[in-house]
Write a protein of this length. Sequence first.
Length: 478
Amino acid sequence: MDPEERESPAAPPWDPLDQQAEKFSAESGIAESVSESRAKGKNQMLPVLKNAEFQIFSWSQAVSLFGDKLDYMALLAMIAFFSQKYGWESSRAISYLSVIVALPVVLFGPLAGILVDRWDRRKVMIICDTARTILVLAIPLVALATSNLILIYTTAFMVFLFGFFFNTARMSIIPNLVGKDNLLGANSFMSFVGRVATFLGMLVGGLIVDWKWWQHLGIKPTWSAGFYIDSLTYLVSVVALLIIFKRLAHTWRGRGQGRRDAPEVKMFITQQGRMIHEVREALSLVRGSPSVFFVYCSVFMLVILGAAVFVLYIPIIQNAKDLGAGLGLGTKGVGFVAAIGSVGLVLSSMGYGLLGHRLKKHLAMLGSFFVLGIVAAGLAISKSFAPVAPLVFIAGLAMSPVFIGMDTLLHESVPEAARGRIFSTRDWLLHLAFAVSALLIGQLTNFFSTRRLLFAIGLLIAALSITGFFLTRGKKVG
């Protein structure tokens, strides 16, 4: 479940967010690793491929990440099941899920890295994945026994919360496994297996939760199998971590933890106040920099469109055709659509990296937003899968210039002393805005159909992008 990648912009389908303290630690380690590697002319990939403990760690975490995406699919299938059985409004139920996904980042985003540094990271990871093993297993049991959305989402929130702290600790122990000389190779390998696991989780996850043969094995309803398998992936992670930490126990001896000069509750309250202060500082910088202001406007456009697609279009994919508003593809269709978009995203990432220097970044972003708005409107009126596949692929192609452009504009425009606050504040606001947008859009389904809402929001994004072309004419943006 995610809010990564850099799991950044909003957890669900588009993935990731490392805490700032951990992010800077990783970046500084990679920078040191790169400089040393250049000096020695050493290949960093071969040592990490020969590192047995790191290989166990990488592949076990890939299995766990596959389970995360499978968990998303199972939750979406569960919502569709109860929507049909008890008349739940699926768009509103998904909007509430969006809030649950984003809430750990909103509440603990600035603090998680600090807390993990104060604790024993090995214990944090083992406790978190042990808890997730039990909690994920409990979700279908709670759902089928009570059909109570509050209890289901409370359990899901705990899963996301433990996952949030686990991911923070996971990134911070990589130097302990490979050493500073091999960080670049280790992070590259982790990124590769992570992306493969994410892609397979989206593509195969939908098939797993919709597979009718689970019923012949006594697993009913079929979506509950997704939770059971996900629970097993966390158990695999726990066993792998115990093996690794036992093998490397001597390397952790004498390693001190972070300072413990303040109780955790006091730190939480202090950090929330500090986050509000940093938001104010960031907004003052936004007002004084056209490039930063443009990026923050782009963030809110992306959040509105992303929330609309997540809340409104997933039910359209899942719902039966005889209901008049659906494509009848079930949850496996969600996986297919996400996989198609991912292919476009990967291709455009490579293409934009090669050709993007020829374009003005803000114009490429506005053009991409226009395309994304038109695609959203096109998806809203498409009644079969035939036009959906190319439209989603085009949307994937249009995403990379937005993601890459936002980061690059901030790197180029923000003074180094303020860069950390700007990125941290942007990611925190992104998750907060996604949760609020999803909640509001879900409530609007009380008054408008999902297709009409998606069509209107798509046209709104297209219109805002055209407005942006005129407002940025003659201004130095990027």
